[in-house]
Design a protein around this ligand. Sequence first.
Ligand SMILES: C[S@@+](CC[C@H](N)C(=O)[O-])C[C@H]1O[C@@H](n2cnc3c(N)ncnc32)[C@H](O)[C@@H]1O
Length: 342
Amino acid sequence: MVEAKASACYSPFETIKTPEGKIDHSFGPYSETREHLDDWFPKLLSNLGVAEGLTVELGSGHGHSAEYFLPYVAVTGRCILSEPDERGFAGCLEKYGSDSRVEVKNKSALEALGELEDGSIDRIFYLNSIHLDEEREEVIELAFKKLKPGRLLKPGRLLIANSSFIYEAVPLSEGRLYPRWMARAYKILESLNPQLHLFLRKNKDKLKHMHRAPKADYDALFTTKGFSLADLAPYGLAFEQPGSQLRNSFIGLFKIAQYSVWIYGTMPFVIEGEEVSDEEIERRLDILTRAQQEALLEVYPQIIGPRISPRNNAIWVAEKPQNQEMSSKSQDGVRKPVSVAA
Ligand SMILES: C[S@@+](CC[C@H](N)C(=O)[O-])C[C@H]1O[C@@H](n2cnc3c(N)ncnc32)[C@H](O)[C@@H]1O
């Protein structure tokens, strides 16, 4: 196994390992920093009244976001956590397998929703996952069918999603960081493994993107499927309001640089149609992790320095209208939340 060696001044930087001592390429440990949920999520939940009924989380990872919402949503209700990645699922199961309020499923968002009855769900969480899900269009459409309508006298019948992987979220300093970081990672890779470097260079155009898209595209995704989007300004959580910002940290990026989905978005470690063993995939991911982490340690201090750059986080609180028809209340599908105190 290969590993980035951080210099002494970055000694707290550690590559996260699985219990078997391998580099963990699944998404979980990044969430331990909690910077993606701190502040805004508890604030929303405590205002929305979500203590009862069925809650479903799509893309629950290792269950870190569930730690945030379970105290709010599972007071008198039950909860399904669903995660397609094997390691994430195992982590979630270990945490919540014996909790009688919780059912943990090893399923994609689309599969998890597909097996529930229409109109049976009180709320759906799709946290930090929507930009990773290639089926998100179908997911939002199905979510609309599966949610109970409206929330007159029944608070919290909603779909809550968020993402900081949208065009407008990236601050200027980060905009400069990413191309420099990746260019350096390719250089380091060339010296570590010329063969893999050549493979990547040849297949660079085949890389799978992290689905970064303009915020308006995501807004439209919800409204065209029939949802009304709540106005989050009264909570201070509208896009570009300070309450919705994340503090992206150097150490958070160091951790995220080891995750396969992240790596896939920047360095294509497999190409479509290629037959490759699990061991080979693991080997390539290990090398790419090292290249990405070493490059980050060099480039980040030069570009960002000791500053922590805030990044905007788009939050969507989507409601299925009572009459289940497209909301005609506003042109843009955005309306004020009903009877919730900010
Ligand atoms: C950044 S993690 C977020 C985990 C957790 N929700 C949190 O906020 O801490 C993104 C998760 O989305 C999951 N994911 C990717 N594609 C998915 C899909 N098609 N359906 C459901 N989840 C998916 C990944 O496996 C990963 O666990």
